[in-house]
Ligand binder design. Structure first.
Ligand SMILES: [Zn+2]
Length: 190
């Protein structure tokens, strides 16, 4: 009897173990942070309004803190700060397209910096007088998540510096743009 129950138990554990592995395989990818988020879409442009407790359920804690509680990630911690990859930056909360990599520049401020958003509707601006400073907060135009601030000490042509928390950005590499760039760099026969 004892043997049977041990064997049954072992089989059961093996089976659940396997099932667990197949389930977590895809969810462990870094795109995982959006998988349980019903608001995330790269194509839907309709405004997103979710209650705070809903956001808390669907966002990773560090994303929730910056996006919904107007937090700030530690400077110098974003993988995007010095990234030179060609592509598009999206809102990590809702998938709204925010910035193109060709408007990104090295500001030295410790956060990913851009001089121009993709479109006027990408961003919402609001005065922020917290911490005794007069600043302009930038929020996602689709889900109103806090992204960072915009300052008037950026490079031409806009003179603006959008200082953005990397944790609320999603990046998609532009395959075609990169291939084109690489081809253009190659010497031609002409
Ligand atoms: Zn958004």
């Amino acid at each position: 009897m004892k043997y049977i129950s041990v064997f049954t138990m072992a089989t059961f554990l093996m089976m659940t173990g396997c099932a667990g592995n197949t389930n977590t395989k895809t969810t462990d990818m870094d795109s995982m942070k959006n998988k349980n988020n019903p608001a995330y879409s790269r194509t839907d442009t309709a405004k997103v309004v979710l209650a705070d407790d809903e956001w808390k359920k669907v966002l990773a804690p560090e994303v929730y803190h910056v996006a919904r509680q107007k937090g700030t990630e530690r400077p110098g911690t974003s993988i995007f700060e010095h990234s030179k990859e060609v592509g598009t930056y999206y809102c990590a909360v809702c998938g709204n397209a925010l910035f193109k990599s060709n408007t990104k520049f090295e500001s030295g401020c410790g956060w990913p910096s851009f001089y121009e958003p993709i479109s006027k509707s990408s961003i919402i601006y609001t005065p922020d007088n917290s911490y005794g400073m007069k600043r302009t907060e930038v929020m996602c135009g689709r889900c109103k998540s806090h992204l960072g601030h915009v300052f008037e000490d950026g490079p031409p042509p806009t003179g603006l510096r959008y200082c953005i928390n990397g944790v609320v950005l999603d990046f998609e590499k532009a395959q075609h743009a990169e291939e084109k760039y690489n081809t253009e760099q190659k010497p031609t026969d002409k």
